[in-house]
Design a protein around this ligand. Structure first.
Ligand SMILES: [Fe+2]
Ligand SMILES: [Fe+2]
Length: 275
């Protein structure tokens, strides 16, 4: 994985192109005028919105605001270079043609109801995850115990399969309660983190990485790590990991235990007492 920060000045456009590297954008300073067009679909980028520019999708970025805008970029460049398939194509125009009718939007094919007469597209959507929806879901789950290693941690799910955000990369958001200290563990995957809010420490192989709002840090693979929320309020971290890649290669492993997806869903009806 590669993580970077990208800034566009007011009025700037990053021209239309596509590449075999899968990429995602997490807006840090966005606004209604910041738009990434992906395969013809304009995706607005408000603060902390996530917009996917999956492998080989056409994309161009427009800063229609009056301020500088900044977003976090994460791409699977290292993997694509290692596999020797780094293809890039420029459209030859600054902007790509945009889909006009909402009925043509691919992202709408990932909703609860879908066209019966069409084939189902399962990956590489031009998809936007609005922060207000993510925040709302974090709030709704604020009182559940969550993972012993990550607290209340949610995946940005593929809207069709429920699986990883993209075939090679998974995006997570996690909330740590005030004073919370997670259990330490190791795994073969790596992760890059961006602090949305809060203050704390991530201890990585004995090294204390102290963080605050809008800091970023890395947890390399097979390092022993745990999180401490040392701030007065909750801490919220956005992260991207390469678990899907390791799982596809049958190389994903955790120590001391497999923690992903192992807990049962709550029983129904709720609060059943077994005599
Ligand atoms: Fe790009
Ligand atoms: Fe971990």
């Amino acid at each position: 994985m590669n993580m970077g920060m990208q800034m566009l000045k007011p009025g700037e456009i990053a021209w239309a192109h596509r590449h075999t590297m899968a990429a995602l954008r997490f807006a840090i300073q966005g606004g209604p005028g910041l738009v990434t067009v992906v395969d013809g679909e304009p995706c607005q980028m408000d603060d902390y919105d996530l917009v996917l520019t999956p492998r080989w999708t056409w994309h161009d970025h427009h800063n229609g605001t009056t301020e500088n805008v900044v977003w976090l970029d994460v791409l699977d460049i290292g993997l694509v270079l290692g596999l020797n398939v780094p293809f890039y194509e420029s459209l030859g125009e600054m902007r790509q043609p945009e889909r006009l009718s909402p009925g043509e939007h691919l992202a709408d094919r990932g909703g609860l109801v879908r066209p019966v007469w069409e084939q189902t597209k399962a990956t590489n959507f031009p998809f936007r995850y609005p922060w207000r929806d993510v925040e709302q879901q974090l709030r709704r789950m604020a009182d559940v115990p969550g993972s012993p290693y990550d607290g209340v941690v949610l995946r940005y799910a593929n809207p069709v399969t429920g699986g990883s955000t993209m075939p090679t990369l998974d995006c997570w958001v996690q909330m740590l309660r005030p004073g919370q200290q997670t259990a330490a563990h190791q795994h073969t995957s790596s992760a890059v983190y961006f602090v949305v809010r809060g203050e704390g420490t991530t201890v990585v192989d004995g090294v204390e990485l102290q963080w605050g709002p809008h800091d970023s840090f890395v947890v390399p693979n097979w390092s022993t790590h745990h999180f401490v929320n040392s701030g007065a309020g909750e801490a919220v971290l956005f992260s991207v990991n390469d678990i899907p890649t390791y799982r596809a290669l049958d190389l994903y492993h955790e120590k001391p235990e497999l923690s992903l997806g192992v807990q049962p869903v709550p029983p129904a009806p709720a609060n059943v007492r077994v005599r």
